[in-house]
Design a protein around this ligand. Structure first.
Ligand code: CTP
Length: 399
């Protein structure tokens, strides 16, 4: 988001306090963030809060001493994105009808930037026919509307009308300001562990959390790719806007991947597939008995290697991950060749700042032609974007 100018328009609803967190997140990601508030918004949160978080002056009134005569035009036209969060029923009504009676509504009319509207209000107000007609009207004019979330509302009722979580709004913002450079590309991503049951209460699995795969899927979706995510069990929130297949075992993952592979230009296998499964699955809970116990395991199919055996002319671009605790490069290179894939992302999962449960990762990318790239310690989101840049280059070379 570095170098982007984003305006957050705060209108007078109780969810205005959540926009403080939104502004904090925007600034954290490097966006030059400006806040314009309506008169009523300033009853809920003080401008000083936004001024401090954004490091920029906050505008409330058209005719304040601190507002320059052309601020509404310059702010509007230099912006890459205007976010109205929260957007009240009144404000939605104003912009749907071309009313410009304060700084923020005038700025919206003057803007040529994308406008993201995040309605937040009581569920009956949201369902009201006039509000719905107004939302439809602004959507037809190209405004992007973020559907409110359901849940407990400030008026002590339950329903649809909550401002989405600031993190969720951020995901939409990333999508809107990205160049959509992967539009037209169909990407299949696998993520998470597989779980191989022993009996109804026990299983064999691994420590994968799915974070790296989910980061790749989200980044690809945000950049305009059509994404299919095949996910083992994880505690992560399902990303919006993509087809998700939930699987448990390696055999289920194989079926889902092979079913979707013909439709994919790129397959990224970030999942940590269990190499073995118990030969037998007991119908009832296994009871304790002797001092030692042996579990008979049989090998799971290697999904990536199977994809690698596809005839090269029909083959999607194949990307593997190599999770290693020793001899990182030797092992990763061997996997790249043995599975006949295009690139492999090698990471040392024994490090604290990399691997399974970590927010960050430090990886080396190995290519078919023998070249290698060592990336510094990065957030998993950044690794994901870097990886997608490389995939885009390789696809470009293939064509
Ligand atoms: N993989 C797969 N099917 C399997 C095992 C692994 O598709 N049955 C894929 C993983 O998704 C990953 C790559 O192969 O992209 C490497 O996985 P990894 O677990 O590092 O290696 P393995 O091939 O399983 O070898 P080993 O466990 O001996 O290191």
């Amino acid at each position: 988001m570095k170098g982007k100018k984003i305006i957050v328009g705060v209108t007078g609803g109780i969810a205005a306090y959540k926009s403080a967190e939104l502004v904090r997140l925007l600034v954290k990601e490097g966006a030059n963030t400006f806040v314009a508030m309506t008169r009523n918004a300033a009853r809920f949160v003080t401008p000083l809060t936004f001024e401090t978080l954004s490091n920029n002056r906050v505008i409330r009134h058209m005719f304040d001493n601190t507002t320059a005569p052309l601020d509404h035009i310059t702010w509007a036209q230099e912006a890459d994105l205007v976010i109205i969060s929260p957007a009240t029923a009144n404000f939605i009504g104003k912009i749907a009808n071309g009313i410009a009676d304060d700084f923020l509504s005038t700025l919206v009319i003057a803007s040529t930037a994308k406008i993201l509207v995040c309605p937040s209000m009581n569920s009956q107000m949201f369902a009201n026919a006039a509000v719905q007609v107004n939302l439809k009207r602004i959507a037809e004019r190209g405004y992007v509307i973020m559907d409110p979330a359901e849940g407990e509302l400030a008026c002590h009722t339950e329903g649809k009308g909550r401002l989405p979580d600031p993190q969720e709004i951020m995901e939409k913002v990333r999508f809107l300001i990205s160049g959509q450079d992967l539009k037209g590309l169909r990407i299949l991503v696998t993520a998470g562990p597989t779980v191989e049951p022993l009996d109804p209460v026990r299983f064999i699995s691994n420590r994968s959390t799915g974070r790296m795969g989910y980061a790749v899927a989200k980044a690809a979706g945000r950049r305009g790719a059509t994404v299919t995510l095949v996910s083992g069990p994880t505690a992560l929130t399902a990303p919006r806007g993509m087809m998700i297949y939930r699987v448990q075992t390696a055999l289920e993952m194989k079926r889902a991947v092979l079913d979707c592979s013909a439709e994919a230009d790129v397959i990224i296998k970030a999942a940590a597939v269990s190499d073995y499964r118990p030969r037998e699955r007991a119908d009832q809970k296994i009871k304790k008995g002797a001092e030692t116990m042996t579990i008979d395991l049989e090998k799971n199919p290697d999904i990536l290697a199977e994809l690698g055996r596809t005839k090269r002319s029909n083959k999607p671009l194949l990307v593997g991950f190599a999770a290693e605790t020793e001899d990182l490069l030797i092992n990763a290179k061997e996997k790249l060749q043995a599975k006949d894939i295009d690139m492999i992302v090698a990471n040392d999962v024994s490090r604290e700042d990399a691997g399974f449960a970590s927010e960050t990762n430090i990886v080396k990318i190995l290519y078919r032609d023998g070249t290698q790239e060592d990336l510094p310690l990065m957030k998993k989101d950044e690794v994901a974007d870097h990886l997608l840049d490389k995939i885009k280059d390789l696809i470009g070379e293939k064509e």
